[in-house]
Design a protein around this ligand. Structure first.
Ligand SMILES: C[S@@+](CC[C@H](N)C(=O)[O-])C[C@H]1O[C@@H](n2cnc3c(N)ncnc32)[C@H](O)[C@@H]1O
Length: 271
């Protein structure tokens, strides 16, 4: 799909040095307006052409999902002046937003400060450093579109609620919140086992909890709040209806809609 070019060269830069590297070394040469690839992007840990193709396809799939979500809400990207990408990572999806939206209207938000700095520098977007305490988040704009790719998939229930509340409040009236979750199919199709030995071993226990509670969460070994979360459709709908003060209308739900892996939800904030 795309040529890797200087990509392999960048991968040999030692860890620890990357935050001080000049922009020249931390950006590569993706064609068109897709911008650079960060040398230690966690979403691209292998250096093959096929890995880069998967990386690009995941970004494009997110863009397509946002386009479908906007359409379901009666909007298009032309109506989007402000957009929040949280967590932006090192721009796997953000680079695609920049092909549709003026970067000056895009906010990149992450707990990983190197990711925010990279996105700001490479794409010319605004940057916000996130916090472990999601209640502390503040944003520079109100948003027409918010994309949350694979964060609810990693948070405990209390943090999920805090984030749904925070993001709903950050939408403009008529704005659209698009987010992803792990759904039930993760127990059977490629999903939990891909997250490593820990989740292969605890899969049965997690599934039992999921069947009982409508969700399950297990932290990564050594992590305090970050792990793997699976949500049922019913749990997400009921939790948002109960916990979010703003009026939020579900306009689209696409099981395994993101790159045939994560479920994709779209809620419109009504006036
Ligand atoms: C699976 S990655 C997805 C990144 C990006 N959305 C993408 O699809 O390429 C999850 C990201 O969440 C970030 N993260 C973890 N806790 C966070 C928090 N409290 N606030 C913001 N980002 C967080 C991690 O640093 C990581 O980059």
């Amino acid at each position: 799909m795309m040529k890797v070019k200087r990509f392999l060269l960048k991968r040999v830069v030692p860890r620890g040095l990357h935050s001080s590297l000049p922009a020249l070394l931390t950006t590569s040469t993706l064609p068109g307006s897709l911008g650079g690839v960060y040398c230690y992007d966690q979403m691209l840990t292998r250096t093959s052409q096929s890995a880069l193709d998967v990386y690009l396809a995941a970004g494009k799939s997110a863009l397509d999902n946002c386009e479908a979500a906007l359409a379901a809400a009666g909007r298009t990207f032309k109506d989007v002046r402000t957009c929040l990408d949280l967590p932006c990572g090192h721009g796997r999806v953000l680079r695609w937003f920049c092909t549709k939206i003026d970067p000056a209207g895009i906010t990149a938000c992450e707990i990983d400060r190197s990711a925010v700095d990279f996105c700001r520098r490479t794409f010319g977007v605004k940057g916000v450093y996130s916090s472990d305490d999601l209640n502390q988040l503040t944003f520079p704009d109100a948003y027409d579109l918010i994309w949350v790719g694979s964060l609810f998939t990693h948070l405990d229930p209390a943090r999920c609620v805090a984030l749904w509340r925070k993001l709903s409040a950050a939408l403009r009236p008529g704005g659209v919140l698009v987010f992803t979750t792990h759904g039930e199919s993760c127990f059977t199709r490629p999903g939990l086992p891909a997250y490593g030995r820990q989740f292969r071993e605890t899969g049965d226990r997690m599934k039992a909890e999921y069947q009982r509670d409508g969700y399950c969460y297990a932290p990564y070994e050594g992590a305090d709040y970050y792990g793997i979360t699976v949500h049922s459709e019913d749990y997400v709908k009921k939790t948002i209806a109960r916990e979010v003060p703003e009026r939020m209308e579900l306009v689209r739900f696409a099981p395994r809609g993101w790159a045939d892996h994560q479920d994709v939800w779209a809620y419109r904030r009504t006036a």
